[in-house]
Design a protein around this ligand. Structure first.
Ligand code: ADP
Ligand code: MG
Length: 242
């Protein structure tokens, strides 16, 4: 099956700080790849390079057949194909849930109001918030707001979703409902790359787990890799968390 995402020997520095030191991995259609690792190991930077929120210094990134590192890349096209959800949900506070969701499909995909509303209905059902279309963000819990942020991203009908520690700002009791939504998306065949510190979740949902350490892929394998670390660094990470 074809690769949706392909990174080959990616290097990225910020000034004199080398953050990605030759990162290579592939994500096939329908695969779930989880990236774990200590704070500062380069996980977010790797994700941000995939949809070109950061430009790389050398190497190759391809997403859905687009060469991301090409200076002439169609950024709007790339960002239609790639959805990204962050720890902070950044919903527009003065817009309803439905308005938050329909904005981008109308502006960036030229959907009619009726088409966008139908999409909003579908994605809100997917995240279990069909009854919240008319609510304002402040009327929702953190977990619900994060699910709206996921729905907003899904409304763009992306080929691949990137999740960057989307539960780390949430209280433990709200984390589960967000992870459940991601798990259902995975079960539905969505291709995704997720940075997470939820080890049990990574083990359960990911086809491939990548452990990053100091800007490199230190160890990679299936979910079971976490039960049987091959390197001292992963063993220590599994034992001590962050
Ligand atoms: P992680 O997500 O694994 O915690 P990051 O990819 O966010 O790691 O960051 C890796 C390193 O790069 C950190 O030392 C961080 O401070 C640094 N960094 C990230 N983004 C920038 C930036 N825009 N400018 C300068 N340094 C950055
Ligand atoms: Mg990060």
């Amino acid at each position: 099956m074809s690769n949706i995402v392909n990174l080959e020997d990616v290097h990225k520095s910020f000034g004199s700080l080398s953050v990605l030191k030759g990162v290579s991995f592939q994500v096939k259609k329908g695969q779930v790849v989880a990236i774990i690792g200590r704070s500062g190991s380069g996980k977010s930077t790797a994700l941000r390079c995939i949809n070109r929120l950061e430009a790389i210094d050398s190497g190759l990134i391809e997403v859905c057949g687009r060469r991301v590192s090409d200076p002439a890349i169609d950024l709007r096209g790339l960002r239609r194909d790639v959805g990204i959800v962050f720890q902070s949900y950044n919903l527009f506070p003065h817009l309803t849930v439905e308005e938050n969701i329909t904005l981008a499909p109308r502006a960036a995909k030229g959907k009619s109001r009726a088409e966008a509303l139908e999409l909003a209905r579908i994605v809100l059902r997917q995240v279990g918030l069909a009854d919240k279309a008319q609510a304002y963000p402040e009327q929702l819990s953190g977990g619900q707001q994060q699910r709206v942020a996921i729905a907003r991203s899904l409304a763009m009908e992306p080929q691949v979703m990137l999740f960057d520690e989307v539960t780390s700002a949430l209280d433990p009791q709200l984390t589960g409902e967000v992870l459940k939504v991601i798990e259902e998306l995975a079960a539905g065949g969505m291709t995704m790359v997720l940075v997470t510190h939820e080890m049990a979740f990574a083990r359960k949902v990911a086809d491939v787990v990548i452990f990053m350490h100091e800007g490199r892929i230190w160890e990679t394998g299936g979910g079971d890799m976490l039960l049987n670390p091959q390197t001292a660094e992963l063993q220590q990470f599994v034992d001590n968390g962050l």
